[in-house]
Design a protein around this ligand. Sequence first.
Ligand code: ADP
Ligand code: MG
Length: 644
Amino acid sequence: MSHVVVDNPHGLDQQLAALDLNPDGQGGGTGRRYIPPHLRNKDAAKNGFGGYENKDGGWGGAPRDAAYNSFGGRNDRSKSAFFNDRGSGSRGRYERGGFGGGGNSRWVEDSRGEDDWSKPTAPNERLENELFSGSNTGINFEKYDDIPVEATGTSCPPHIESFHDVDMGEIIMGNITLTRYTRPTPVQKHAIPIIKIKRDLMACAQTGSGKTAAFLLPVLSQIYTEGPGDALQASKNSGQENGRYGRRKQYPISLVLAPTRELALQIYDEARKFAYRSHVRPCVVYGGADIGQQIRDLERGCHLLVATPGRLVDMMERGKIGLDHCNYLVLDEADRMLDMGFEPQIRRIVEQDTMPPKGIRQTMMFSATFPKEIQILARDFLEDYIFLAVGRVGSTSENITQKVVWVEENDKRSFLLDLLNATGKDSLTLVFVETKKGADALEDFLYREGYACTSIHGDRSQRDREEALHQFRSGRCPILVATAVAARGLDISNVKHVINFDLPSDIEEYVHRIGRTGRVGNLGLATSFFNDKNSNITKDLLDILVEAKQEVPSWLESLAYEHQHKSTNRGRSKSRFSGGFGARDYRQASGGSGGFNSNRPGRNAGGHGGNRGFGGGGGFGGNFYSDGYGGNYNHSGSVDWWGN
Ligand code: ADP
Ligand code: MG
């Protein structure tokens, strides 16, 4: 797969100029209203797109080698040469074929249980190729260096600059080399040493900043150092208790909770890479797929479990999973999980079962935003945690050019065709629409117009969704029409253009959507169609544009002004999004903001005693929580995003 580095902002500007997106409608466009191409000065339109002449399928045509050069020229040091004791620890932990590969591989239980988990097991060329062949390219690393990072909390360890600055052991270091991650991303620089010294962590960082490896590397590294502990024996005992034909209950050492199956699968894939040549067997469970198959997979051994909350509760209730030895708990995209109504399941898993209490287990929470619900969860689940706020890598950073254009409903389709033609048919474009029906209709329309496109939404079967994502990722269908679901944590790393055909009503949703482009330091473009229907998002959108130093259409400013003067009492979204993505350690703010004080009795920051929050679940919901907050905090019971 070719990932082309986009490092030519100039080219981007030219293309944008050609698109006639001038917010004030000068030149071609007029004022607020979009003029469809057939009504416009034809010459202007034709010449306008002339700036885009690069036929290499890239934007701005950065030489492809730049991507590799940025890895420091390390292009030969791959494969298992890095495991210098090749074979020494290989006692056939996995039968031929390795785990997870062909589906018929088997986990071979260590009969003695005293094996050294810190030593790599035998290499497996086929598996190695499978896991690492698609590894990343095209990261624009220079973008990283000035990203602001703030770490607060008691005795925070210094950050690292290189993966070699901290001892993560042979297995991890070998696998880092195989993935070709040459330098840690900002969130990794800070989170890795924090997790390594066993501190709890609350990290706010945007999608695309490399959070997955930020927690997987240090967690796995600790598991390798410490070995399976009691978990292995517990699983064996369970097997014996259940008799000869009994199935073993699995006791994962580490649990990662994620909001959607796509995200869970991505984390699982990443976990398999870093678990290569180790004794750790990662598993994944999520709703909407055959549970029997997942159970059979679990029964082959499960040391690191990636799960969506609903399906995990199901597995626990069926006695397939015990969390008694779960020493590492990660909540990924915690804000998304709450938005999706998973809080009851999360509390059931963390507080009302057999998981070790906070303070005993190590807990890490990741979230793009830090609204009050997340602060409460952090307070309940974390012990004397370090708060990490990483400036935006993707999303509303300067990596993303954000355009807002006034387009009436009836003009949206023809404007879309213009945009697609201007950016080139081959660059991955993600088009967001509001409804499932809208997604189907737009896909049909684009198809009829001769565009290779596909769509993804909640009415599609699991198989169809996976197929659509695959078609998109592979570039066979470079246009993906999606409902909001596609924004949930999907790592589609080279999306060049996000188009909000329909804007969301929630600014956080907007931030998540545009976070699909400009990932990991690359440049991206986000274009949003705005009209009368979107007035509710006016003010928040304006704030975001200003903050990210984007061009603000003057009509948007006027609208925001009008809006503010109509309704003076609409503080919710503002407070929710204060300071950008809300990444501020509320414990630092004296007196707290919005009534969430850090000096509530017994809840002193950094000094939580005992294990309150375990086995309780109650204890909040008091009046500090009802200050007008929670407008779009939607509990939808146990139904997951896909309606399963
Ligand atoms: P997030 O969870 O913050 O959205 P991911 O963990 O999904 O981000 O990472 C985004 C992409 O960046 C992935 O494709 C991942 O493989 C890649 N990546 C992560 N860390 C590094 C690194 N240190 N060097 C190069 N690529 C990285
Ligand atoms: Mg992630």
